[in-house]
Design a protein around this ligand. Structure first.
Ligand SMILES: Nc1ncnc2c1ncn2[C@@H]1O[C@H](COP(=O)(O)OP(=O)(O)OP(=O)(O)O)[C@@H](O)[C@H]1O
Ligand SMILES: [Mg+2]
Length: 643
């Protein structure tokens, strides 16, 4: 067996983790509470009535605000309430803010709380992630003091103990505590109170509950499988025949199986995956549940349920659903929030970063610094075409910034189509697994994407062509610029040093040429005349003419002498024109070297050395590895050749 990495390298981490676990479990135990309803009224209720009477919508809204306490204190309320989503969802602030608004309005008692929340979006656009975050948020919040939730112990619905208070006493309760109790006891609890306590509800046991999806406590999920075999019992339960045999009465609530998803979700949230795929009958039940807060099952009177339903669906299902006229009325009872793809490549790139860093296929794989950004540019192009740079917050020539807002308003459907993050990440990971490589470059990424597009069975030829065109655009308009910048910067990294050396060489040659003397080669010791060609090639960079060269040289020498006399070194900064000449000289020299090295089979040692300095710098300072640095250099050379 392979040891865990944490064990191998750092015992500290393991120990820390165990400490966290045990303090978590201690905390968890400490917070438990159990007692009779009488004790609950005496010890828990005073001062807490409003919190204890919260509906699930109010509870979720408070949960969102609780997470928001970590956000910037002076941010707007809506921004703070999005904090929970911020860690995992990027580039969809606007839709998230609508989700937050929904909970706020529902918590305030507005009618939207009586409508089902439906997230509508393209595949792999973050709908499930949003639901997961809400669920994890609820679990965490229920463990805090502020989020403490109490329930009638043993009730499969974990109903609010306050529901034990008989209707006739509720007005008095309201006068005393300032909250109106609206919930009803479930058939199970009613029977329980009568049978076990002869109606003396004060003795009924109450406990604190902690929401947990894994234990089906306060969080339920329903995914439609085969609609032909799907049974409404999955949602609302059915008669438990074994229990009927035991108890002898089909109408006894103890003989009902309370395992349906709507009961699991009681007090918290029910996630309905692909809701429009479910049978009409299911949909009616859920809509009634949201609107009336109850469900009807045979044998029992209406069962009161307090829960929030979060449903999601994709566009294809939605359009199909719209085709049927009678569905219009149903849509009226839903709040539909569109969850589009991210539209800024920087956000999109963060999504890939997140997906990639969590995937084992990417462990120990080096990605060059532009791979994810480039993939993201392609992704956004498939979603919006030319408006990409406006959304990335990069100015596009001729488009003022306010245009971004207008462009957005113009096309409400955008972000609802195009490539999904999953498609892109799959393409990347295929390239890695197939190539069995530990390094992936931007160019390899483009090839991988091209490959995935070409082999995709769902796309028609026209769309394939359009997407491949987007790859070309991404390369030409983004990658070329980025990689050139890197190479230029790496080429000039040792600039100061080399430029100084070059300046000194220039001065030596100039002096020799002015004095008409020989220059002694420092290595071979041989003498030769001044290198006029070198001098001219530097001077030509700043257009010093042949007739003007003498006065230019004299001026430079004079400046150098002045510096020398005051005991200083003649530096480039003190001569702007020389600086420009030498900069140009060095750049062109290296450009030529780049061309030479990559185009000839056997470059000489000097050239090789120069190139390797640039390459190392790309590695040490610009996030490349050896493989990608080589590629970047040869790619930029090709680009230069075309300039
Ligand atoms: N805007 C986003 N920000 C961060 N991550 C995202 C975003 N959109 C999608 N993802 C990531 O992409 C993956 C797929 O998203 P998710 O499963 O939530 O999509 P979905 O809308 O439920 O898709 P489907 O309709 O296919 O079920 C997830 O890992 C999710 O974290
Ligand atoms: Mg999903």
């Amino acid at each position: 067996m392979r040891p865990l990495a944490a064990d191998q390298n750092s015992h500290g981490t393991t120990a820390d983790f165990i400490a966290t676990l045990s303090s978590f479990s201690k905390l968890h135990r400490a917070q438990r509470w159990e007692g009779t309803f009488g004790e609950f009224l005496a010890n828990i209720l005073p001062g807490n009535a409003v919190a204890l009477a919260r509906t699930s919508h109010e509870y979720i809204w408070d949960m969102l605000r609780w997470f928001g306490r970590a956000a910037q204190p002076d941010a707007a309320e809506n921004v703070r309430a999005r904090e929970l989503f911020r860690r995992e969802l990027f580039g969809i602030d606007e839709p998230l803010s609508r989700v937050v608004d929904y909970f706020k309005a529902a918590a305030a008692g507005s009618d939207v709380g009586r409508r089902l929340l439906l997230l509508l979006g393209p595949p792999s656009g973050g709908k499930s992630t949003l639901a997961i975050l809400l669920k994890r948020g609820l679990e965490e919040y229920s463990r805090t003091d502020e989020g403490a939730l109490y329930a009638v112990r043993g009730s499969p619905l974990r109903e609010n103990p306050l529901n034990l208070i008989p209707t006739s006493l509720r007005a008095e309760f309201r006068d005393r505590y300032g909250v109106l109790i609206s919930g009803e006891l479930s058939p199970w609890a009613r029977d329980f109170v009568e049978r076990e306590f002869e109606g003396d509800f004060v003795r009924v046991p109450v406990e604190r509950v902690f929401l947990a999806e894994a234990s089906r406590i306060g969080i339920g999920t329903y995914a439609p499988h085969d609609p032909t075999t799907a049974d409404i019992a999955d949602l609302v339960g059915s008669v438990d025949l074994a229990k009927v045999a035991q108890i002898g009465d089909e109408g006894d609530p103890r003989a009902w199986s309370w395992s349906g998803a709507v009961y699991s979700a009681s007090r918290g949230m029910l996630e309905m995956i692909e809701i429009l795929k479910v049978k009409r009958e299911f949909l009616y039940l859920l809509l009634t549940l949201t609107q009336e807060k109850n469900v009807k099952v045979s044998r029992f009177p209406l069962i009161h349920l307090d829960e929030t339903i979060l449903a999601h669906t994709n566009l294809a299902e939605f359009h199909k659903f719209l085709q049927e006229k009678e569905n219009e009325a149903l849509l009226d009872r839903m709040v539909i929030i569109k969850i589009p793809y991210a539209l800024s490549y920087r956000d999109e790139s963060r999504i890939y970063q997140k997906l990639v860093s969590g995937a084992p296929a990417f462990r120990n794989v080096h990605l060059d610094p532009h791979v994810l950004n480039l993939a993201a540019v392609f992704g956004i192009l498939t979603r919006l075409g030319k408006k990409l740079r406006v959304y990335a917050g990069e100015a596009v020539e001729g488009v003022p910034e306010t245009e971004a807002t207008r462009l957005h308003a113009e096309t409400p459907e955008e972000g609802m189509t195009g490539v999904s993050p999953r498609f892109v990440v799959n393409a990347i990971s295929n390239a890695i697994t197939r190539g069995n490589t530990h390094s992936l470059t931007s160019m390899e990424l483009l090839l991988a994407l091209k490959d995935s597009i070409e082999s995709d069975a769902r796309m028609d030829a026209k769309q394939k062509k359009a997407w491949i065109d987007h790859l070309v655009t991404a390369r030409k308009e983004f990658y070329n610029r980025w990689v050139k910048e890197d190479v230029h910067r790496a080429m000039f990294a040792s600039f100061e040093e080399e430029a100084q050396q070059l300046l000194e060489k220039y001065l030596d040659e100039v002096e020799a040429s002015l004095d008409h003397r020989q220059v002694t080669d420092p290595i071979t010791g041989e003498s030769r005349p001044a290198d006029e060609r070198f001098l001219r090639s530097v001077e030509e960079k700043i257009k010093v003419s042949d007739s003007g060269k003498m006065s230019f040289r004299q001026e430079v020498v004079r400046k150098a002498m002045v510096a020398f006399k005051t005991g200083e070194k003649f530096k480039l900064v003190s001569h702007a024109r020389m600086r420009e000449a030498i900069e140009q000289y060095l750049f062109e020299e290296r450009r030529d070297v780049l061309r030479l090295v990559t185009s000839t089979a056997r470059p000489d040692d000097d050239a090789r050395q120069k190139i390797s300095v640039v390459q190392q710098r790309l590695v040490s300072e610009y996030g490349y590895d050896e493989h990608s640095a080589k590629e970047a250099l040869s790619y930029v050379t090709t680009l230069l050749a075309q300039e």
